[in-house]
Design a protein around this ligand. Sequence first.
Ligand SMILES: [Ca+2]
Length: 325
Amino acid sequence: MPARALLLLVAPMALAVGALGAGCSADAGPSASPSGPGRAEPLAEPVEAPPGQVYVPGGTTTIGVLRGEGGMPHERPAFEAEVVPFFLDRSPVTAARFRAFAEATNHMTDAERFGDGAVMDPASGQWALVRGADWRRPFGPGRAGAPDAHPATQVSHADARAFCAWDRTGSGATGRLPTEVEWEHAARGATNDRSPYAWGDALDGGGPHANTWTGTFPGNDTGADGFRGGTSPVGHYGETPLGLTDMGGNVWEWTDSWYRPYAQREAAFTPTAQSERVQRGGSFLCHPSYCHGFRVSARSHATPESSFAHVGFRCARDVGPDRVP
Ligand SMILES: [Ca+2]
């Protein structure tokens, strides 16, 4: 397969990190419904979550930012969404888990097929496709391999979907990517908490709460949060009241939602080869002066075949009538 052309690089103040070339499979994707596809009825009582996942109660959450809450234009207008209970991975999928998947299924990622993945030059802030960058070596050959306990990166939306659908136990229970509404609902603690961050109101205070870009962007990442220029072990900064980790910083996470203006979220939508999927959560490259992407309402987006050194994912699962084994 020929190498892709890097069609769109980072625009100033843009949350998007780029649409990478051809190869987009414009499948119909999930419903544009804010609460996503195939939901079960809400349950009256919490149920035990599968291993590695937490139970996210349902409820009504105001998605996006209200007047006075700041945020980017595409985080407005805020809207109310009804979310039914679901299970969500406690942490982003790690490189070790992705390796187990790749070895068990012989899955070849999009980055491996294309032969490259997107990596940002920390000095300039510019993105480029690096030959040989994949989930094993997210920054390319000659650079450090992906540590087992760190999030898997250089995975496309399709790779993430394939992982989540993998029935690793043979039980017939498979997962999916969360919608962006589900992700924000969970990041707000399933209580419609209006704090800007999953951990509360303050960016710092009591020490760092996330792996972000500290210093001046671009050019000088001080590593004051303990990590410079790369990912951190999942769970390093503790967990939210729901028991989730890394709901801000470390890696952006693919969701199953198409990127659309909130004002048009209920309009008819047919994806094209240029349509993009939403990512949530921000990454180790986010700085408050730039994208500030580790806020709970922040959005990024890229075409589904794109793979980046700072984008991973976590899986969700419906709370079915069998309560899931
Ligand atoms: Ca950092």
